[in-house]
Design a binder for this molecule. Structure first.
Ligand code: NA7
Length: 532
């Protein structure tokens, strides 16, 4: 029996939308599945107040259509969630993409049949769909982490997770609100919640590094300058480590005088956003330079936060760059408000959540609303929440029991005809995601066309190159603190999760490898006719 479709795609976020569009243009039949009721992925789910992208809008957008990038008008340097979701909807309308998806239909299981070389997918509506290829476009930060805190289910007030913020909003005014977590989501939400709530109590386990976004409306002339040569901007991004137009100062922080170092840090602080991390090239690889960055933050926090005890609590204990830097609007200043209080959970851990609030080892905090800003089971979580079974019925959960292994972040040995967009082992979360998604999408489309032209039915990553790829990733990141710390990059935020750094840290080298692999007839993949 021939399969129902050439390709099944899971996910209707930025990756899923791009891939169904390009599949259709290239005459592949496709059925997509999406848990949400509409497109947008991350930007569909993360509707918490203050949610905003930390990559400039003009770069965090598709480039597959020149007309689209000319027509769409971003209003701010860093777009807020509602604007990005409007953009996703515009793209879905403009390219008529919704017809490829079944919405509100989570995928439960995907099994590869060795005999027929076909993927069979079971969805929540009981439907079974068969296709030659499976493409997962499930996102990197889409499996929300709800920590196992005693008493959580007994809380009688409103309990919300930032990653599942209700579309209708949450009534905060006049409420006593608690936020658990101080990562990117919390740091964006806290200043906005503080303005509405009667009282806000922030429960912090580890303080984060945060730089001001310096968000602002985009000026017509800067938009026009980019639009006159959008291709030029995209080409420049292609050469950058994270695929966004950030300049890295190629001086060491130790090569300059203390006054000059301070001036450069200050300039980056005033410029705002992630470019702070490029103040000196060696901030995450040279511990003396790292010390200088840590010291700069300590002084900044002391300068902004009036209460010395609160300022001390807000100073990160871990090295700069171990965790993702946060980008905020008025975060530290929020702690100067009389209605905001910071609880340091290292001094007073949570004993239990009660019906009426949070009881720590010291006291009980009465709350009407509790916000979990507790992050995600990153990178692997979205894939492993689906029961994916490859050749010989091997479960991805078993195969990755000791950590995710992929080849180029695109393929997994033992899982023929499966492609992962922005998978573990690709640049993914350390890059401008929309840009790197499109690189993946084009690579996969070219590969599928090659298989069609050469009448090849089965492609599968081979074990040895996959292992070598894993070693390459580790070697590439080994000099940086990023690969060693307790962060979601390494899986350390999820109890019991195997520890492995899962991100490629240099996009141009990554692209070069992908291109070489394709040019060599998909070297490192086994190509064969039909079943195994
Ligand atoms: P993050 O960055 O993983 O932040 C989660 C926060 O929640 C972080 O401060 C954690 O503290 C805290 N957390 C998690 N579990 C607990 C428990 N059990 N008790 C107390 N505190 C806890 O997730 P975000 O959603 O903020 O950001 C994720 C990415 O999304 C972000 O980088 C952007 O790329 C978009 P910890 O530091 O682990 O002590």
């Amino acid at each position: 029996m021939p399969p129902d479709f050439d390709v099944i795609v899971i996910g209707a976020g930025f990756a899923g939308m791009a891939i169904v569009n390009r599949l259709h243009e290239n005459r592949f039949t496709v059925q997509g599945f999406e848990t949400g009721s509409d497109v947008g992925g991350t930007w569909y789910w993360n509707r918490y107040p203050g949610a905003r992208c930390d990559v400039p809008s003009m770069e965090y957008s598709y480039q597959f259509s020149e007309a689209l990038q000319q027509d769409w008008e971003w209003t701010e340097r860093y777009a807020a969630q509602p604007e990005i979701l409007r953009y996703a909807n515009h793209v879905a309308d403009r390219f008529d993409l919704r017809k490829f998806f079944k919405f509100e239909t989570p995928v439960q299981r995907a099994e590869y049949d060795d005999e027929t070389a076909v993927w069979q997918l079971t969805a929540s509506d009981g439907s079974i769909t068969r296709a030659r290829y499976l493409i997962t476009a499930v996102g990197c930060l889409s499996a929300a982490n709800t920590p196992d805190i005693p008493g959580l289910s007994s809380f009688a007030g409103q309990l919300v997770h930032t990653a599942h913020w209700p579309a209708e909003g949450v009534e905060l005014s006049g409420k006593r609100v608690g936020v658990i977590g101080t990562g990117s989501s919390a740091i964006q939400a806290i200043p906005v919640i503080a303005e509405e709530a009667a009282r806000l109590t922030v429960f912090q386990r580890n303080a984060a590094y945060s730089v001001p976004a310096r968000n602002r409306p985009l000026a017509a002339d800067e938009v026009q300058t980019i639009k006159r040569d959008y291709k030029g901007l995209r080409a420049y991004c292609e050469t950058r480590p994270g695929a966004y137009a950030m300049e890295v100062n190629m001086q060491s922080a130790l090569d300059v005088s203390a006054a000059e170092r301070q001036r450069i840090f200050e300039e980056r602080w005033q410029g705002g956003g992630i470019p702070f991390t490029g103040a000196f090239y060696d901030l995450t690889i040279n511990m003396e330079s790292n010390d200088a960055a840590m010291e700069f933050f300590r002084k900044k926090i002391c300068g902004i936060v009036h209460d010395p005890e609160t300022a001390a609590k807000l100073m990160p204990k871990h090295r700069f760059g171990v965790k993702r830097i946060c980008v905020d609007t008025g975060y530290y200043d929020t702690y100067n408000r009389p209605n905001v209080q910071l609880v340091d959970l290292t001094e007073e851990p949570i004993d239990t959540i009660t019906e009426s609030g949070i009881r720590t080892s010291k006291t009980e905090y009465k709350l009407d609303t509790l916000v979990l800003a507790t992050g995600f089971d990153a990178l692997t979580g979205p894939l492993l929440r689906i029961d994916i079974r490859g050749a010989a019925g091997r479960q991805l959960r078993e195969v990755w029991a000791h950590g995710a292994e992929t080849y180029l972040g695109l393929g997994v040995a033992g899982f023929p005809n499966m492609f992962v967009v922005s998978g573990p082992g690709s640049p993914s979360v350390l890059s401008n995601m929309v840009h790197t998604i499109e690189q993946h999408v084009e690579w996969v489309i070219d590969c599928l066309k090659y298989l069609r032209e050469h009448n090849i039915e089965r492609i599968e990553a081979e074990e040895a190159p996959q292992q070598a790829w894993g070693e390459e990733l580790i070697a590439l990141s080994s000099m940086s603190v990023i690969s060693k710390g307790n962060s979601w990059y390494t899986g350390a935020n999820i109890p019991g999760k195997p520890r492995r750094f899962m991100v490629h840290t240099y996009y141009p080298a990554y692209v070069q490898r992908c291109t070489q692999v394709a040019a060599a007839g998909y070297a490192g993949f086994k190509l064969s006719q039909g079943a195994a």
